[in-house]
Design a protein around this ligand. Structure first.
Ligand code: SAH
Length: 236
């Protein structure tokens, strides 16, 4: 009951005072950067800047906007989640995308991670396997003016050959192995970052670099819990 009242109150406020609400969200975003990112290990000024800029509340449903800057993941429908802000920041920091680089994301979800990456480079490609999410995210990214993100509804296991090779590939769903075509579609020296491990329990953020056609220099970072990558990967 309390929650419904709050949501209604919030929506009325949003309707009556849209600019004040933007200020409110800007404050929440600043706090998020200070308390959740800077106090942990997010040190890259570009990442901190982008996390303070992208309006995460516009990537969740209206009733969850008030929680958009909290230190946990949120549901985005279809049983999927938008990652906790810190995890988005950490993956962005590890991937270290530079202007001019071409990035492929597997698992568009809400489009938030893609939007964060699109602030750091000129071309982001993203694939979503759930049709409903893919359709709504395409609309959202268009409305928000992210013309440098190209999204499609498909199984990301196969990558996006048409636009390959990519400088970086990021998978934002749990995988128990590295999809070989994603390595194939990487440039030499390109990076691939994913939550690798058990799709039932937890995974380890893992990143490798393509050297002589193979993924090498594989490094393991922190343990994470992502929703599983589905589709072809589950048959292998
Ligand atoms: N990056 C997203 C959150 C990812 S949640 C964000 O910023 O909001 C993981 C997403 O990966 C889900 O939307 C899920 O449907 C999608 N997914 C799972 N398996 C996939 C596959 N094989 N190809 C593309 N997307 C996939």
């Amino acid at each position: 009951m309390k929650r419904i009242n709050f949501s209604v109150f919030f929506l009325v406020l949003l309707f009556l005072f849209p600019s004040q609400n933007e200020e409110y969200f800007t404050q929440l975003r600043k706090q998020m950067v200070e308390r959740q990112l800077k106090r942990r290990d997010i040190t890259d000024p570009k990442v901190l800047d982008v996390m303070g800029k992208v309006k995460r509340h516009l990537f969740v449903s209206e009733n969850l906007m008030g929680e958009a800057y909290a230190d946990f993941p949120l549901p985005i429908g279809e049983g999927q989640t938008i990652s906790q802000p810190y995890i988005v920041a950490l993956m962005t920091q590890l991937l270290n995308v530079k202007p001019g680089e071409k990035v492929l994301e597997i698992g568009t979800g809400s489009g938030y991670q893609a939007a964060v990456l699109a602030e750091l480079t000129d071309s982001v490609f993203t694939i979503e396997i759930k049709e409903k999410l893919a359709v709504s995210v395409e609309k959202r990214l268009k409305n928000l003016g992210y013309h440098n993100i190209k999204a499609k509804y498909d199984d990301g296991y196969y990558g996006w050959e048409e636009y390959a090779p990519f400088d970086a590939v990021i998978i934002t769903a749990a995988a128990n192995h590295i999809p070989p075509l994603l390595v194939k579609q990487l440039k030499e020296e390109g990076r691939l970052l994913l939550p690798l491990g058990s799709t039932r329990y937890w995974q380890t953020l893992t990143m490798g670099t393509k050297i002589s056609g193979e993924l090498k220099n594989i490094r393991h970072y922190t343990d994470v819990i992502f929703v599983p990558m589905t589709g072809e990967i589950q048959k292998r």
